[in-house]
Design a protein. Structure first.
Lengths: 265, 310
């Protein structure tokens, strides 16, 4: 491949408003399958909350001065934002990108790869927000939400979704097949789910591990969402927002470059 | 390399166009001029460089060398604005399986900066009508046959009322009825002033539809002209096929009157003087033969050879 092509792939993205047409296309598809999708969004966390929250909660009582049910519920709001945005960014994006050839169709129009990736990221974040909100609603009904400041979780969930969508789309762009996603799930998503403070405070990890998890975006998502849900004091807001924004921006850039590499040859 | 002016008579102009993938040169210095109006065909065997050339024309593949202007603008830089004025029918079906027939058009139209016609819905309906799918507007894509899908892809390529319609092997794998319907529609578009650019490896399609043909192979342009003139200019006007059986030599005298070519036990005698060839054959009544006018396939095989391409 010519070196000019490579620098071409890595030039700065410049998405346009037509990205919203890509987002609307996905909304249209989702509306068709809304019911099963919402059942999944509400059902799974409901099971987690009931099973783990009430079951484990009886033995644990409080964690960091928060009732375990609320502690877990707030953690699951964040992790669900991660999971749903990531799964959309791998399986669904890959389906549109490769077997379904949806991108080939779009690219025959004035839509460019920059626009497609921007639209896909907005959609992944939208789905993550819907899913996180579902848990928030369940948690509210079960009395685990402290106050109205929990509404700030909504824009935050959108940012969390963007932070995970970029890396997930980048993984799709280099994936040779669906099997490839097992690596990403096993080596990246599951460790975050377990280590980043969803089920227990990060402070209970060994000290080296406490520093290590600071580079993972889910740690920062939990650190922001948990206080908003449970009414605990917020700290280091700028750093948390900064890390999440960094993942969103760098993720977008890398995803655009890798999708270009896949399509522009 | 001066850019073309807006009123250029050519919708596509390629000069010494090259595309390399590593050490592999797929398009090897093609000069191509597609005039505005009419139907232009790129004819070539599999792997000749047809699809790669189309990808460069659409701005999806940066050329490795040469200059390329499409609708008067330099490619691939002007890709976005040029694609707003082009319709594309790809080789593979990439309709959106999550949508109905009509939704496919609606969603596709939303990718263009402004609707081709206001209001849009009646225009989209007229496109479905044009490809004989008006009664399937609310059907899911899965319910359509291969021929219906191809027609829908053609309707979809027209949502922006394009100046140039590009089709990559538009009738491959379709039955004759559908093929004729598609040819009729493409002729109609042509008569309304749309320039049609297509790739094909069907001689019949090239002969019936195209006003001009470029025959390409191994990334090079071998010949370019009107189909009839290609036949007149590249091969002798008559072909007499003589069946001798595999390995058997032809009557010796034939060499004086015709260019001979052995094809699986049949000698193709390409000749300006069919009378002389036939006179020789009269003396060997045991030989079966077929006398026919030369056609585009003879030109194609003469220029691209007979070895198999897969």
């Amino acid at each position: 491949m010519d070196t000019t092509d490579i620098s071409g792939h890595w030039r700065l993205p410049a998405p346009r408003p037509v990205a919203l047409a890509v987002w609307r296309r996905n909304v249209r598809v989702w509306r068709r399958l809304m019911l099963p999708s919402l059942v999944l969004n509400f059902g799974e966390p409901f099971l987690y909350l009931l099973g783990l929250g009430f079951g484990l909660g009886q033995f644990i009582g409080e964690m960091e001065g928060i009732g375990y049910f609320a502690f877990l519920a707030s953690g699951l709001v964040a992790s669900s934002g991660m999971m749903v945005a990531s799964y959309e960014g791998i399986y669904s994006v890959y389906t549109r990108m490769v077997p379904q050839k949806t991108y080939d169709g779009m690219l025959a129009t004035p839509v460019r790869i920059d626009d497609i990736v921007a639209g896909e990221m907005l959609w992944c974040a939208t789905k993550g927000t819907i899913s996180g909100s579902a848990i928030l609603i369940v948690a509210t009904l079960l009395g685990a939400v402290a106050g109205v400041e929990a509404l700030l979780c909504l824009p935050l969930l959108f940012l969390v979704g963007l932070a995970f969508a970029g890396p997930a789309i980048a993984v799709s762009a280099v994936a040779p097949s669906y099997d490839f996603f097992s690596y990403y799930i096993t080596l990246v998503m599951t460790p975050m789910f377990i280590l980043c403070g969803v089920f227990y405070p990060v402070s209970s990890l060994p000290e080296a591990a406490q520093h290590a998890v600071l580079v993972l975006p889910l740690t920062h998502a939990v650190a922001l969402i948990r206080p908003l849900v449970t009414g605990a004091p917020l700290s280091d807001v700028t750093m948390h927002l900064g890390v999440l924004t960094g993942f969103a921006v760098v993720g977008f850039y890398v995803a655009v470059a890798l999708v270009r590499r896949r399509f522009v040859v | 390399m001066t850019p073309l002016s807006e009123d250029s008579p050519y919708v596509v102009e390629a000069r010494r166009l090259v595309k390399r993938f590593g050490a592999n040169t797929v398009v090897d210095g093609i000069d191509l001029r597609v005039p505005r109006g009419g139907c232009f065909g790129l004819l070539g065997p599999n792997g000749a460089g047809k699809t790669t050339t189309l990808r460069m024309i659409l701005g999806h593949s940066p050329p490795s060398g040469g200059a390329l202007t499409v609708l008067g603008e330099a490619m691939p830089a002007a890709g976005r604005t040029v694609r707003a004025r082009i319709g594309v029918v790809p080789q593979d079906d990439n309709l959106d399986p999550d949508f109905t027939v009509m939704e496919n058009l609606r969603v596709y139209a939303s990718y263009f900066p402004r609707p081709a016609r206001e209001p849009l819905e009646p225009y989209l309906m007229s496109l479905l009508d044009f490809v004989a799918l008006a009664d399937r507007a609310e059907d899911r894509i899965q319910a359509l046959s291969g021929g219906m899908r191809r027609r829908l892809v053609i309707a979809r390529a027209l949502v922006n009322d394009p100046e140039l319609l590009i089709l990559d092997e538009p009738t491959t794998g379709l039955d004759p009825q559908i093929r004729h319907l598609i040819w009729a529609r493409l002729r109609e578009l042509k008569n309304h002033g749309t320039t049609v650019l297509l790739t094909t490896h069907y001689m019949e399609e090239a002969e019936r539809l195209c006003d001009r043909l470029a025959i390409i192979d191994h990334g090079r342009l071998l010949a370019e002209d009107a189909p009839r003139r290609l036949v007149a200019g590249e091969v002798e006007p008559n072909v007499i096929e003589v069946r001798t059986g595999p390995g058997a030599p032809p009557p010796a005298e034939l060499v004086r009157h015709a260019r001979l070519e052995a094809v699986d036990g049949v000698w193709h005698c390409h000749t300006e003087d069919p009378g002389a060839v036939l006179a020789v054959l009269q003396r060997s009544p045991e030989l079966e033969y077929l006398h026919r006018p030369a056609n585009l396939e003879d030109v194609f095989l003469r220029l691209t050879g007979r070895e198999l391409r897969e």
